[in-house]
Design a protein around this ligand. Structure first.
Ligand code: MLT
Ligand code: ZN
Length: 481
């Protein structure tokens, strides 16, 4: 926490005037009240300080502003919808880092239903991009809890995953071309809508997932898909973690292309959602310890997904894997089932302090990950409540831990690193990753050294030094000091 009594050094007058000259008064925010919402993160993990937030209205404006800041040696922190789970968009406490928000760059420049592409600027909110695709009879499939706030620039910079990775891949897989502003203001004009383009190093893929440490994503060519014309969604109570995996395999083996999402939830997580989320109800007659949400979709209007759902669930019921299931009969029921899943983070927050472990393992190892982590976490902190949930179909489980009832939140959070280490030790044995979809941000750079040491980390450092020799882009994020 910064010392709030400490004054934040203002930008030198000459620098401020130069920035106002290229961005205009709407493009430079220095009022403390306007800056306030941009200085803390969604999880409440960090509180930063900053002398200003820049809001360029175009790629050209950002390029000119970066040239000025680069010459003056001013560090910058890109901030999209500020929904990072790892403090990736937070300035540090020094008060020296300038926030740069591209939310004024929110145009959809082009949408082509023949090429199946959309050219969206960084500040377009993810939900707006989804809606624009739908209005044109298409689908932009990236889908995650923060989609009403997260921006295209943010989800690409962090290579966000979310609920539909099992079918459509991560943000990286949904991007064909990129426009970017580099730390010195240079502009990469790469908005090519090509499916094949082997022309040297794939710079677009270097910027995607770099979490704003190499440059700014200012616009992208996004891939679109045919819109779904048939859907079937069910909430199932399953016998255990192995039964959940077995059910996934039954659907995948029968019709891989139909599985849009396959999400695991624990009894504890559903209990929290029912307790804290207004209007949430369980569409099954009895509580269970394990649940999965099965979401099937097809662009074929005649795809009999309800038939597929019923046939597979029947088999699984006979095999004792599925204990009970509710099929959504209406849009309202589909929404209600998804809400139980999507409100997991909010419900956990309302229940008390929790520590997130955004980890991934090979899909075959998910049951072992959940079982072993549950046991290890309960032994580490007696009374603590593991809440594993998430994207079972792609191997990314949020192995989160809720504080014991009655424990002081601060005392629990002081154990955050022990908790993460405890899960990570298991993840390592299962050949997984300590950072699946939320990124490394400010929370996990020290872990990066441990997990990606040797030539891998050295190569990352060389790339950073080559592209950002002054170390001005999102300092303190991703790479260990
Ligand atoms: C989600 O899938 O809901 C988030 O990525 C998980 C989390 O909040 O830990
Ligand atoms: Zn997730």
């Amino acid at each position: 926490m910064p010392d709030t009594a400490m004054p934040i050094p203002a930008l030198p007058t000459g620098l401020l005037d130069a920035l106002l000259g290229v961005l205009g008064p709407r493009g430079v925010v220095t009022d403390a009240r306007d800056l306030e919402p941009h200085l803390s993160d969604w999880r409440g993990l960090y509180r930063g300080a900053s002398p200003a937030m820049l809001r360029p209205a175009s790629t050209e404006e950002l390029s000119m502003a970066m040239a000025i800041l680069h010459a003056a040696g001013v560090p910058v922190v890109p901030q999209g919808g500020n929904t990072s789970m790892v403090g990736g968009a937070m300035p540090d406490e020094s008060g020296r880092q300038v926030i740069v928000s591209l939310t004024r760059m929110n145009r959809i420049r082009d949408l082509d239903p023949v090429d199946m592409t959309m050219v969206a600027e960084a500040g377009v909110v993810l939900k707006t991009a989804q809606d624009a695709a739908a209005a044109a009879g298409c689908l932009f499939p990236l889908s995650l809890g923060a989609e009403g706030t997260a921006t295209v620039g943010g989800v690409l910079s962090t290579n966000a995953g979310g609920n539909t990775t099992v079918r459509y891949g991560n943000a990286r897989d949904l991007m064909l071309g990129l426009e970017a502003v580099m730390p010195d203001g240079g502009v990469i004009h790469g908005l090519r809508r090509l499916r094949k383009d082997n022309t040297g190093y794939a710079l677009r893929h270097l910027l995607v997932g770099a979490e704003g440490t190499l440059g700014f994503v200012t616009a992208a060519v996004l891939r679109l898909f045919p819109r779904p014309r048939a859907e079937a969604i069910a909430l199932c109570a399953v016998a255990d973690e192995d039964a959940a995996l077995s059910l996934f395999r039954r659907f995948r083996d029968r019709d891989e292309g139909a599985v849009r999402a396959f999400e695991y939830m624990s009894g504890t997580g559903i209990d929290f959602a029912l307790k804290h989320i207004e209007g949430a109800t369980l569409p099954l007659s009895e509580r269970a310890d394990h649940y999965v949400l099965v979401d099937l979709a097809s662009s074929r209007p005649d795809a009999d997904l309800r038939g597929l759902m019923e046939a597979v669930l029947e088999e699984a019921l006979e095999a004792g894997e599925v204990l009970d299931a509710a099929l959504a009969e209406s849009e309202a029921q589909r929404h209600a089932i998804w809400r139980l899943r999507e409100e997991h983070p909010e419900a956990q927050k309302r229940e008390g302090a929790s520590v997130k472990n955004d980890v991934s393992v090979p899909v075959s190892k998910v049951p072992e990950l959940i079982r072993r982590s549950n046991a290890a976490l309960k032994a580490l902190i007696p009374g603590s409540r593991p809440v594993p949930f998430g994207h079972m179909g792609d191997g990314n489980i949020h192995m989160n831990l809720e504080q014991p009832e009655g424990m002081e939140a601060g005392a629990f959070l002081a154990r955050s690193h022990d908790i993460m280490d405890c899960v990570n030790a298991i993840v390592r044995e299962l050949d997984g990753s300590f950072s699946a979809e939320h990124g490394v941000g400010r929370l996990k750079p020290d872990m990066l050294a441990e997990w990606r040491g040797g030539a891998e980390l050295e190569t990352m450092r060389r790339i950073k030094a080559a592209l950002d020799p002054k170390g001005l882009m999102n300092p303190g994020k991703v790479l260990p000091a």
